[in-house]
Design a protein around this ligand. Structure first.
Ligand code: CO
Length: 135
C-alpha cells in the first residue's frame, strides 16, 4: 500500500534562513521558489536531492498548525515524513481500520495532490504524511 518516501518535512521560523546552508555548504542548487498554501497555514519550498526531497515549511497566518511545534522547537526541527500512496481515500480507510488516528480529511498538499496526516503517537513520535502520487 505504501509507495516511495516522497519527502522529509522540516518546520522552520524562516525558509530563507533555513535553506542557506543547504545552498552554501552542501552546494544544492535545486531549491524551489517558496509558495504559500493558505488553507494549510504554511509557506513551503522543496530542496531537490537525487533520492527525494526535503520540504521546508514556515508558518503562514495566526492559526498556522506549526506555530505550536515551533514554540517547542524555536530554531526549527524535523517535523514529518511523507510517503506516497496511490489512493488517499483507500489509505485513510486502511489507517482507520488499523486503529491509527487520521488527523484530518484529505486536502490539497504542497505537491497539489490530496494528503492526510497520521498522529505521531501511532508511529513512535513521528508525524506521518501520506500523499497521493502525482498522476
Ligand atoms: Co509534507
Amino acid at each position: 500500500m505504501i509507495g516511495p518516501l516522497n519527502h522529509i518535512g522540516i518546520a522552520v521560523p524562516s525558509i530563507k534562513d533555513a535553506v542557506k546552508p543547504y545552498r552554501e555548504i552542501l552546494g544544492i542548487t535545486g531549491i524551489t521558489k517558496t509558495k504559500t498554501l493558505p488553507a494549510q497555514g504554511v509557506r513551503f519550498c522543496f530542496v531537490n536531492l537525487p533520492s527525494g526531497q526535503l520540504e521546508f515549511i514556515e508558518p503562514y497566518g495566526d492559526n498556522s498548525p506549526i506555530l505550536k511545534f515551533l514554540a517547542k522547537n524555536p530554531k526549527g526541527a524535523q517535523h514529518h515524513i511523507c510517503f506516497e500512496v496511490q489512493d488517499i481515500h483507500a489509505a485513510k480507510r486502511h489507517m482507520e481500520e488499523q486503529g491509527a488516528t487520521v488527523l484530518s480529511e484529505p486536502r490539497i498538499g504542497a505537491h497539489g495532490t490530496l494528503v492526510i496526516f497520521i498522529h505521531p503517537k501511532d508511529f513512535t513520535g513521528v508525524l506521518i504524511e501520506l500523499m497521493e502520487s502525482p498522476k
